[in-house]
Design a protein around this ligand. Sequence first.
Ligand code: NAP
Length: 255
Amino acid sequence: MNPTYDFAGQVAFVTGAGSGMGLATARAFARSGAAVALTDVDEAALDTAAEHLAADGHRVLALTCDVSDEEQVAAAVDRTVETFGRLDMAYNNAGIQIPPVDAAEEGAEQFDRVHGVNLRGVWACMKHELRHMRARGSGAIVNCSSLGGLVGLPGRASYHATKHGVIGLTGSAALEYAPRGIRINAVCPGTIDTPMVSDMIAKGELDRAEAEANQPINRLGTAEEIAQAVLWLCSPGAAFVVGVALPVDGGYVAQ
Ligand code: NAP
């Protein structure tokens, strides 16, 4: 059974909310009473997600937004505040995976692309969310890192660099803003059963049985399990939790 949270009267902003962990988290925020701004670069997936939540009676706003474009991020955050009147919680989740590559062979274009979304995107979201939250002196931000932010893996240097970077951004900004009433943390998912991972398995870039065996709990995680960690980090139950990079990985990094 999942714990329940009461976020009635609060407003959440979620990036990459059309799929996977972003969708599960947007849904969990909505079911906990928050008004939710769902943002994604995939307009069709975003609209479907928002329509389903609205049909269930939730207050939602769908905003097409590419997180690698700071202007789009600023506009989406501003629209959220214009529409709902405030911003209390954010899950900066949008990210992409790239094909594994020998570290001596990777092109700069791929390095820039993955950094543009996974690291610059989180930077831009956090920056514009903080501009609203600091005016109120309260808020909670969760950034999406990965087990890849805590360990290295052959063939994955650029992706893992972005996720290590997210932890650096999180820790430094958390120290800056904790005295101003805003808590910033990161979540580090293990291998989670989402469309991103299905795609890697389909392309032969990841072996499902191996991925399951690599997590001591012997299975992949679910998007809902990450959503639960994000909601807890945003909740009053985590009022004393600041600047952590929380592994939610079935034990992967404990090995
Ligand atoms: P997912 O199912 O692919 O969902 C990610 C969503 O973000 C998709 O709708 C995607 O749209 C969207 N997106 C991609 N680029 C974007 C951009 N520039 N601006 C806005 N939205 C964008 O992925 P997921 O597995 O839920 O992953 C979510 C986050 O968790 C990512 O940051 C990922 O790196 C991280 N993560 C995943 C795992 C895992 O095992 N799944 C583990 C650790 C960390 P498109 O479909 O059009 O690209």
